[in-house]
Design a protein. Structure first.
Lengths: 291, 153
């Protein structure tokens, strides 16, 4: 096995072009488990932790693929509340200090915690190779169970997100708060100025996926400019549509029926929280969203 | 491959390191530092928690090659000679140690918490230690130890 240690992105892309079999490693929270358990013996590891471009972000917002969850939580929570919420549910402090959104995307597990948020908030994934750069909308990035749109010579460089234009929420079901792989998860982003909602489910289909009908239902039902308290019937219908967008399986973490049920509950609740925040903002009140 | 790394303030060198090896293996088997424990090897238990460039991480999830020219501080590097770190002292006094296997990881995690948050609330302590499993104590004595160490700061 070779250990490749590029210092710049250009160098990393050259190495990946000449060694497409090299496995990129950043936080190591997935790759090292596979190595420790002898599930994988790549011919080379491509260490991405020494490349400054990947550890930075710019206002706007382009978040380097190697920015650990802990820094997203601590330093980007105001601009990216949904991503920060999802990041907070990842693993443990030790894992959040190392794990990265780039790694979540690279692994492309249907249960990856940040995927629903990236889908709901319209993130675009920047990937690069010596051939150039591609911008891939999150909705086109996940191709199957642990399969993504990367070509063998490409690396995930950054995630492009706009600072939140409205309330965002994330919810995840697991057996405890820390160290759980999601039984199922849900992300919602409100775009009040565009009269639009983004909604996506995680761990409830072969890939993370958007709930298009649920999004369209809210866009056509709700008045974002003059928000009024939500009707229970709207929340219920939204929950039903989100649940219907999923195609979960029975597995060790939960049954398909449970996942469908839990998604409807999470969708109702997160919509309630997000709408409460919008109401409070619009009415200029100090009222805080509550559970 | 050869790995040069600063461990507990000392420049160390490990030779014949396999490229897929973890920092934990290097520490325990090549540098003679068995304080960090090897239990789950998948980042679940926190027993191998060490500081990497001042940030607590699971040593089992760091590739050996990633620590080249970096700074590692293990549980062995917390005491000052024979004088225990206040966190270690508190663990002893509070009876927070039973079989002791999880202790090094918990001590490092608690040490980091008190560096960042000198007077943590109970939820903050629980959150900070959420990545460290203990199968003996039921955690109550460990929480007592962290409260005790915080009270002495």
């Amino acid at each position: 096995m070779d250990f490749l240690r590029p210092e710049t992105l250009a160098e990393a892309l050259e190495l990946k072009a000449s060694r497409p079999d090299a496995v990129p490693i950043a936080g190591g929270t997935d790759v090292m488990v596979e190595l420790n358990y002898d599930h994988r013996r790549p011919s080379a590891l491509l260490d991405l932790t020494r490349i400054p471009e990947l550890q930075q972000w710019s206002d706007g917002l382009r978040v380097g693929a190697g920015v650990p969850y802990a820094r997203i939580i601590d330093e980007l929570g105001t601009e990216l509340p949904g991503l920060a919420m999802a990041s907070r549910t990842v693993g443990s402090p030790q894992i959040r200090n190392r794990g990265t959104v780039g790694g979540n995307l690279g692994a492309a597990s249907p249960a990856g915690d940040t995927h629903p948020v990236l889908l709901a908030s319209g993130a675009v994934i920047e990937v690069a190779s010596v051939r150039g750069t591609r911008m891939i909308p999150a909705a086109e990035f996940y191709l199957g169970v642990k399969r993504n749109a990367l070509e063998p010579d490409e690396l995930i460089v950054a995630v492009h997100l706009t600072p939140a234009k409205g309330p965002q929420q994330f919810s995840k079901v697991g057996t405890r708060n820390a160290m759980v792989i999601a039984v199922c998860s849900f992300g919602i982003s409100l775009f009040p100025e565009e009269n639009r909602v983004g909604a996506a489910v995680g761990s409830a289909a072969p890939t993370p996926r958007r709930a298009h009908e649920a999004e369209q239902f809210l866009a056509s039902t709700l008045d974002f400019k003059n928000p009024r308290p939500l009707l229970d019937s709207v929340k219920r219908e939204f929950g039903e549509l989100v649940s219907r967008a999923a195609s979960p399986i029975d597995d060790v973490r939960g049954s398909a029926a449970y996942r469908k049920h839990a998604l409807a509950v999470m969708a109702r609740r997160t919509l309630g929280w997000a709408w409460q925040e919008l109401l409070a903002k619009t009415n200029g009140s100090e009222e805080r969203p509550c559970a | 491959m050869r790995v040069n790394v600063t461990v507990n303030g000392e420049q160390r060198q490990a030779d014949d390191v396999w490229e897929g090896e973890s920092l934990l293996f290097v520490l325990r088997e090549r540098l003679g530092l068995p304080g960090s424990k090897n239990a789950c090897e998948q980042g679940e238990c926190g027993s191998c928690t060490v500081y990497l460039d001042s940030v607590p991480v699971c040593a089992c999830l760091v590739a050996a090659g990633q620590v080249q020219d970096r700074d590692v501080r293990t549980v062995e590097g917390l005491a000052d000679g024979d004088t225990l770190d206040p966190v270690q002292e508190a663990f002893v006094e509070a009876g927070a140690v039973q079989c002791g296997f999880c202790t090094p990881g918990l001590v490092v995690a608690a040490h980091d918490l008190l560096d960042r948050v000198p007077k943590p609330s109970d939820p903050e302590i629980r959150e900070a230690l959420a990545g460290n499993l203990c199968r003996c104590t039921g955690y109550e004595k460990i929480l007592d130890a962290v409260r005790l160490a915080a009270s002495r700061r």
